[in-house]
Design a protein around this ligand. Structure first.
Ligand SMILES: [Fe+2]
Ligand SMILES: [Fe+2]
Length: 472
């Protein structure tokens, strides 16, 4: 398996595509459909070159090359992490056996389903973000948006490659359907709820890349453990790209908070809307929304599907190989906190293998806490007493044991009337959305930035902030 990528091919790849004519032809048949989709559903802002990174190697060092490229000419390709010839299955009933290079017949349907669900999220986010270029706060941010978009497009390629290479005619049909469904479409929506929500403004984009791309990180982390080795290697390389998306979210929210803090200090009021800043309580409501729709992506707290996937070796836990247990979980149990109809919480003891979604969600929540800590540190340094917090995991949930209950951000179970009276303080109101949208004016001048966000501390790839990241 070559580490270097064949860039002369129509579809750049490191999977020896030229040696499998049938597969090559099938993917070359899908390519114009992808480009068509990109033209219709991808970024609406036309540019004359964006300073983008393109993968040139999957090795540990120097895997990306940076240059200005015309976005529609971006070389979307198929890149898998290097194969470890000694890799064995790390968990489940096949633990210790060699990993699979082909799909076992008995797991075909389940594996295909997992790949389709992951694949569906990738183009969805491009669709959700397609208008954002029109209101970018700086050329630096515009460049980052396009970088995220082209890589989500590549992640779609990554999943489509697996469908074409390993799942025959059904796989090819699923690959078509990935372009047919669209975010928010009434007839053919994307599979998961969070990917049908609008990403209407840049605060939503930063929250999305912080919270929802981070969900992606954890999902990919479980698929990276898969006994199906091509899936594992695909996800490993995707995780490398994904890190930048979360960087965009983390530093994006940092910069919003920093700017708001500056304006609060400067004008000695929390009410900074009139000065072109986003009030901290609006930021908190955005956080509440994006965090909770992302929690829904982890599925039900108890899941026999997830247990079956684990036992079969299809999907592991986060950091599976570093866990110190038997990696089979047949005898262990864990605790599940559940709301009761009388308004109290109760704890049930449940077989651990049924709590795998909850386990992954727990890892995710701990990671999200680190963002809240950084944003609070910015406020602390500015001597502002406001503090951000993650809401209780039962708050605003549409999926799992908390859905159907009204739970406040502090975890109190309330009745419908109390919920209705409080919700304007907890989730973005239509006034919040209109206000944030009113701040969204494009700033396309080199080195300039919009009123509501601070410039980044550093540029991309050692370039300064005032570099011409995008030719317009
Ligand atoms: Fe992705
Ligand atoms: Fe991403």
């Amino acid at each position: 398996m070559p580490d270097q990528i064949d860039y002369d091919a129509k579809i750049p790849n490191n999977v020896n595509l030229s040696e499998d004519r049938r597969l090559q032809r099938a993917l070359e048949g899908w390519q114009p459909k992808f480009l068509n989709w990109w033209g219709e559903m991808g970024p609406t802002l036309a540019t004359h070159g964006v300073y983008l990174r393109t993968a040139v190697s999957v090795g540990r060092e120097g895997w990306a090359h940076f240059d200005h490229v015309e976005v529609p000419d971006y070389r979307w390709g198929v890149f898998l992490a290097e194969r470890d010839p000694d890799r064995v299955i790390a968990f489940g009933e096949h633990r210790g056996e060699p990993v699979w290079q082909q799909v076992p017949g008995e797991y075909r349907a389940d594996l295909q389903r997992l790949i389709v669900i992951q694949g569906d999220t990738e183009p969805a986010s491009v669709e959700q973000q397609r208008l954002l270029g029109l209101t970018a706060p700086s050329l630096y941010d515009l460049r980052n948006l396009f970088q995220v978009n082209v890589e989500e497009g590549r992640h779609l390629w990554a999943m489509v490659y697996l469908l074409h290479a390993y799942f025959g005619r059904e796989g090819r049909e699923e690959a078509e359907a990935l372009l047919y469904r669209n975010s928010g479409s009434p007839d053919a929506p994307r599979i998961l709820g969070a990917f049908n929500e609008e990403t209407a403004d840049w605060l939503a984009f930063f929250m999305f890349t912080y919270f929802t791309d981070r969900d992606g990180k954890y999902q990919l982390g479980t698929l990276k453990e898969s006994a199906f080795d091509p899936l594992s290697r695909t996800c490993e390389f995707m995780l490398k790209e994904e890190a930048h998306h979360m960087f965009v979210g983390t530093t994006g929210v940092d910069r919003v908070v920093l700017r708001s803090a500056e304006l609060i200090r400067e004008h000695d009021t929390m009410d900074i809307g009139a000065y072109g800043g986003i009030p901290l309580e609006v930021v908190q409501r955005y956080l509440n929304f994006h965090y909770t729709v992302s929690l829904d992506l982890f599925g039900s707290e108890t899941s026999t599907n997830a247990a079956n996937y684990f036992t079969a070796g299809l999907k592991g836990r986060w950091s599976e190989t570093r866990r110190k247990d038997d990696h089979r979980l047949t005898d262990d149990s864990g605790e599940l906190e559940r709301p009761r109809d009388d308004g109290t919480w109760t704890r049930d003891e449940v077989q651990k293998i049924l709590l795998l979604n909850l386990d992954l969600r727990g890892e995710y929540i701990a990671d999200c806490e680190s963002g809240v800590k950084r944003w609070n540190r910015i406020l602390e340094e500015a001597e502002i007493s406001f503090r951000f917090a993650l809401p209780h995991p039962g708050f605003n949930r549409k999926v799992g044991i908390n859905s159907g209950h009204h739970i406040t951000p502090d975890g109190t179970i309330v009745d419908a009337a109390t919920w209705r009276a409080g919700v304007k303080n907890w989730l973005p109101t239509s006034e919040d959305l209109t206000f944030v949208r009113s701040l969204m004016h494009p700033v396309y001048e080199r080195g300039k930035i919009a009123s509501w966000v601070a410039p980044p501390r550093q540029g991309i790839n050692g370039k300064p902030f005032d570099y011409e990241y995008v030719y317009l």
